[in-house]
Ligand binder design. Structure first.
Ligand code: 15L
Length: 274
């Protein structure tokens, strides 16, 4: 199976690229700027998401695309529109032209970042979106694009709402949001290999005791995470929580604090519910 990877120069892209090359998978890695080969004969591609030709070259002969490219943090709206809205449409249009069967889309927990850290129950995958900024909003758009291209054009997608994908959890919020690299690979394996997936969302989270999220509605993937951030709890709880009070209150953490209007400064101060 030929796999293409966008965003191969980014943090997670680099982790995926190294592992797939180690496994000997048939991978084509792409980034906006030329990548240094990690081995002889590596299939590399320089892709500008605004350029049809380079997208066609990237997706030619590809069965599954892992789409990690795009802006991955809160940024000015114009940048987000260019990279995450227009860029994603270019990718899906390229997938149509090149008959790509499935896209694994790096969505984010920031699609739902305005839910409280202390919600009474774990969030299900079909909860209403509550993005915590323009970045989160762009991932809601991304999931809707994925849905539309399945419904209208038959391109399958798995939208992975990634939590905090890190080698190790290091702060209090990660006890809920951590996704280990090993579990990321378990999740990518299921996302690539489960037949007839159509359109599917999944929380990209490890088996954390304090997880905010419940993957029951993604049971078809049979994703079985093995790591648990709780193994680092003693170390983490001994340190100060680096987040400010607003960031601590919401699932999106520090993204919520960016350009946040305090309740007392809101137009309907005293009348709104959380
Ligand atoms: C994300 O979506 C970001 O891309 C990443 O940098 C982290 O901030 C992560 O979410 C998180 O919420 O920890």
């Amino acid at each position: 199976m030929k796999i293409a990877l966008t965003g191969a120069a980014g943090g997670l892209g680099t982790v995926i690229r190294r592992e797939y090359l180690r496994r000997g998978l048939d991978l084509r890695s792409s980034a906006r700027k030329p990548l240094e080969p990690l081995g002889t004969g590596e299939d590399l591609c320089t892709a500008d998401l605004r350029d049809k030709k380079s997208i066609d070259a990237l997706l030619n002969g590809v069965e599954v695309l892992i789409h990690m490219a795009g802006t991955s943090v809160e940024r000015p709206l114009d940048e987000i529109i260019e990279n995450n809205l227009r860029g994603l449409v270019s990718i899906y249009e390229g997938a149509r032209r090149q008959n790509v069967k499935r896209i694994i889309f790096a969505s984010s927990n920031h699609t739902i970042g305005m839910y409280l850290a202390h919600e009474p129950a774990k969030l299900q995958l079909d909860c209403a979106p509550r993005p915590d900024g323009f970045y989160g909003l762009s991932k809601v758009w991304g999931e809707s694009i994925a849905r539309m291209y399945w419904d209208k054009h038959g391109i399958e997608s798995v939208c992975v709402r990634i939590g905090s994908c890190l080698a190790r959890p290091s702060e209090f919020r990660h006890l809920s949001t951590w996704l280990s690299h090993e579990d990321l690979f378990r999740l990518l394996d299921c996302s690539m290999n489960t037949p007839n997936i159509g359109y599917q969302n999944v929380w990209g989270v490890s088996n954390n005791t304090r997880s905010y999220w419940d993957n029951t509605q993604a049971a078809v993937l049979n994703y079985q995470p093995r790591d648990n951030a709780e193994d680092w709890a003693a170390e983490i709880l001994a340190k100060e929580n680096p987040l400010d009070p607003v960031a601590r209150s919401f699932q999106g953490g520090s993204f919520v604090t960016i350009d946040y209007t305090a309740p007392e400064a809101r137009p309907n101060a005293g009348k709104t519910k959380a």
